[in-house]
Design a protein around this ligand. Structure first.
Ligand code: HEM
Length: 401
């Protein structure tokens, strides 16, 4: 493909291998790393597939996160099944500096190194409890997605925000429905509404009876209104749930289908941090990337992105860029980490990446330590993947031990 092609393609979706991004992306990266793209509504924008231009877009203030200025590639793939991006106060993921900076500064203060360190023993305790449950009554098999991958991050977020897990359990079926890729757009919207309402109740409680948790901290600072606070809770909740859950399922699948890597990890558990970094790079679960809208004309990689056009940054393609990573299509847990983009880049880079890394490091350690015989219960090619979902992963992961 060249930049002069008259009918730009849609974002590629079909994979040739479950762990590799669609093959067109590698072709485009090699021949035209800023390539024209057509969005579902006919809008013609761009897709960026290498590290250099991905970083450039994500750190250039002329590329905006405002949802009114960008078309979503995710929307392209999912049609209406994406979360509503309504104009609710406090939705900082869709803001630009300086508005975005205010929320971000408040959150960074609350996600302090101290709080993250305090979370570690709690994460370990939850992981152990979940494995205990998996092994209860002499059971020798489970679906790892429902038994471990979803409940671990879900409980960690409850803990972080200061939500009683017992209260949360009542609403958990709604959260599960929201995460299911076969839910309709209407169902997803309704789930969002119910969760927003639930979190609104939690915020009210935190104003009245603050404790040592993130929401209480924010409520105490009195800088945010109740709706803003609920929005912040909502964004942490939704952004932190599905990403980590799918990293657990897909990461486990990847290790179980790369036995030599798993053996090396079992031999030296201190390699877990490196393994997590490599999983983040190799799997890049936000499979259709993230988008920005150009607020002005911008020259990018020989192309002119016009004001009002959308640029999709393909994080999976950028994380397989051979200019940055030697032999990028090889899963190698001994690779020296060198700045992958799984958590994004620039001002919106994942605000909770320290927590996500700790969850994965501890979760994988407990899982493989407590279940030394862990293996797939079905042939690898029979594991159903979340092909059309915003966050890639396994629909189910039948395992035995
Ligand atoms: C492995 C797990 C995770 C991955 C791969 C991931 C990935 C990302 C990426 C790529 C972005 C940037 C989006 C953009 O620039 O448009 C982001 C932002 C964000 N993430 Fe994560 N994330 C993970 C875990 C979490 C967790 C556990 C939480 C919350 C507890 C969280 C909360 C957020 C929030 C609130 C933002 C928006 C930040 C902003 O707009 O300033 N994420 N994440």
């Amino acid at each position: 493909m060249t930049q002069r092609e008259t009918t730009p393609p849609r974002i590629p979706v079909d994979r040739a291998h479950p762990l590799d991004p669609p093959p067109e992306l590698a072709e485009w990266r090699a021949r035209c790393p800023v390539a024209p793209l057509t969005y579902a509504d006919g809008h013609e924008g761009w897709i960026v597939t290498n590290q250099e231009y991905a970083r450039q877009v994500l750190s250039d203030p002329r590329f905006s996160s405002d949802p009114r200025l960008r078309h979503s590639a995710v929307h392209d793939v999912l049609g209406d099944g994406q979360p509503p991006e309504e104009d609710v106060p406090g939705m900082f993921v869709g803001m630009d500096p300086p508005e975005h900076t205010t929320y971000r500064r408040l959150l960074t203060g609350e996600l302090s190194t101290r709080r993250m360190r305090e979370m570690e023993p709690k994460i370990a305790a939850v992981a152990h409890e979940l494995v205990d449950r998996m092994r209860a009554d002499g059971a020798t098999g489970a679906d790892l997605v429902t038994a471990f991958a979803i409940p671990l991050p879900s409980r960690v977020i409850c803990d972080l925000l200061g939500i009683e897990y017992e209260d949360w359990r009542e609403i958990q079926p709604v959260s599960e429905k929201m995460l299911r890729i076969d839910s309709t757009a209407e169902e997803v919207k309704e789930c969002y509404r119910i969760i927003f309402e639930f979190l609104g109740g939690v915020v009210e409680l935190k104003r009245k009876a603050p404790a040592d948790d993130l929401l209480s901290g924010l409520a105490h600072s009195a800088e945010l209104s109740d709706v803003e606070l609920t929005s912040v809770a909502f964004q942490l909740f939704t952004a932190g749930h599905e990403t980590t859950a799918n990293m657990f399922s897909l990461g486990t699948y990847t290790l179980l289908t790369h036995p030599e890597q798993l053996a090396a990890l079992r031999e030296s558990p201190d390699m877990t941090s490196g393994a997590v970094e490599e999983m983040l790079r190799y799997l890049t679960v936000i499979q259709f990337g993230i988008s920005r809208g150009a607020a002005a004309d911008v020259e990018l990689g020989g192309a002119t992105v016009r004001a009002g056009q959308t640029v999709t940054v393909s994080l999976p393609a950028a994380n397989r860029d051979p200019e940055r990573f030697a032999d990028p299509d090889r899963f190698d847990i001994t690779r020296v980490p060198s700045g992958n983009l799984a958590f994004g880049f620039g001002v919106h880079q994942c605000v909770a990446q320290q927590l996500a890394r700790a969850e994965m490091r501890i979760g994988f350690q407990v899982l493989f330590d407590r279940l030394p015989e862990l293996r797939l219960a079905v042939p690898a090619e029979e594991v159903a993947m979340r092909e059309g979902a915003i966050v890639y992963g396994c629909r189910e992961l039948p395992v035995t031990w």
